[in-house]
Design a protein around this ligand. Structure first.
Ligand code: ADP
Ligand code: MG
Length: 397
């Protein structure tokens, strides 16, 4: 039902589930008790709205992280990833103190920590991780690891933990153990994703509603272009945008920019001190509205008609929020020129991926056009894949 032709190779060849199994056997000289998988995700629309308590609309991608796991008798955890040479082992002392396990294994220790902090008895386990989700491209490889590990530990331990509570736990692992200040979008998308749907997430209430997004039935596909742009100053710029939004909300006397509507916008802008802050606020307020408009179109079955909203979102990120870079602007322009219905950068900015809504049979031609535009500008070749929305974290076998 899904198609995925990633050209972005991030790990040795072979199916990702087979690699997790083989990795487990090779490292631990034993059979795993099972395999659990969680997908990557993209955000269809709604950028930098999450920390402004607004709306996002992510969906899970047909690229997966797979964890092969088995319980062990003692209360310790050993984890190996094909992206690292050596396994990492830790016990309760390290798991219970954020910062003790560092590097990639912190994402696993963080899940153990979050479960224990919530009062669960986490079974000791051996884990082997394989993944097709490219790391650091904005497709949320981190949440995929967290969700797959969480699914494995919950089931191995027979923990009484319904899946609607998993996103919050995985987010705590990343925020409080790893120390990465992310919102709840990534974990919600990779845990609660549904085939043929996108998830309408209200970042204030944390309500999640699946919205039909049946690209295949409409003869459409989403082309995902990995811009391969180096993340220039992304952390500092993110912090600056966030601080600017929070200052603006204080000036306007609202809890968050989500409380400013498009109808209020002109009056709100007139009360802000400078042109830069006005541009930042205009992005957030109009972006929230574009999410709502996208949801309304999708509910009406008008999938193709969301294209202009995607393109308007990109223009807003480029001109008002100023978070795009030449590589992503080039990908968007080339995709539109090649017939995409709409295109935008997705993710926090300064690189990452571009989405282009295309007729399914035009996807290869649009991908070629983007690749050609990159070559013309002298950029490193982009990665491309064609994606349909898939389901969230699950047990494989
Ligand atoms: P992304 O946008 O891909 O989520 P992040 O910086 O949030 O980027 O997370 C990437 C980090 O997550 C990696 O540097 C690594 O520490 C961890 N990670 C992701 N996938 C894997 C994997 N398959 N094996 C080990 N660690 C992983
Ligand atoms: Mg991440």
């Amino acid at each position: 039902m899904t198609t995925a032709t990633p050209t972005t190779a991030t790990a040795p060849s072979g199916g990702v589930a087979a690699r997790a199994w083989a990795g487990f056997r090779q490292r631990y000289d034993a059979e795993p008790a099972g395999r659990w998988a969680a997908p990557g995700r993209v955000n269809l629309i709604g950028e930098h709205t999450d920390y402004n308590e607004g709306f996002v609309l992510p969906f899970a991608l047909p690229l997966r992280t797979v964890v092969a796991a088995a319980p062990r008798d003692d209360e310790r955890w050993t984890v190996w990833s094909e992206l690292a040479d050596e396994p990492v082992e830790f016990g309760p002392a390290e798991a219970d103190e954020p910062g003790r396990v560092t590097g990639w294994a912190a994402y696993v220790a963080g899940v153990v920590w979050a479960l224990r902090a919530a009062g669960h008895r986490v079974p000791g386990a051996r884990l082997a991780v394989a993944s097709d989700v490219p790391v650091g491209s904005g497709l949320s490889s981190s949440a995929a690891v967290e969700a797959a590990v969480l699914a494995a530990l919950v089931e191995l331990g027979g923990l009484d933990l319904p899946a609607d509570r998993w996103p919050r736990l995985a987010q705590r692992a990343e925020n409080d153990y790893v120390g990465a200040p992310t919102g709840i979008m990534d974990q919600s998308a990779v845990i609660r994703g549904r085939p043929g749907h996108t998830l309408f997430l209200d970042c204030r209430t944390e309500d999640v509603e699946p919205i039909p997004f049946d690209l295949a039935a409409a003869g459409l596909a989403m082309l995902v272009v990995d811009s391969r742009a180096p993340h220039r100053h992304a952390d500092g710029e993110y912090a600056a945008r966030r601080a600017s939004c929070e200052r603006a909300a204080r000036t306007l006397g609202v809890p968050a920019l989500r409380d400013v509507t498009v109808a209020d916008l002109d009056a709100a802008l007139a009360r802000l001190p400078d042109e830069e802050t006005r541009r930042r606020v205009r992005h957030v307020v109009t972006e929230d509205q574009r999410v709502l408009d996208t949801v309304a179109l999708l509910r009406a079955g008008r999938v193709r008609d969301i294209g202009p909203l995607l393109t308007a979102s990109h223009a807003s990120m480029r001109d008002d929020f100023e978070i795009t870079v030449p590589e992503v602007d080039t990908a968007v322009e080339a995709a539109l020129a090649a017939g995409a219905y709409g295109a935008r950068m997705t993710g926090g900015g300064f690189g990452g991926c571009v989405l282009a809504l295309v007729d399914a049979d035009r996807a290869p031609a649009v991908a070629d056009a983007v690749t050609a535009a990159y070559a013309e500008r002298g950029f490193a070749a982009p990665g491309t894949l064609t994606a349909l929305p898939v389901g969230g974290a699950t047990r494989l076998d």
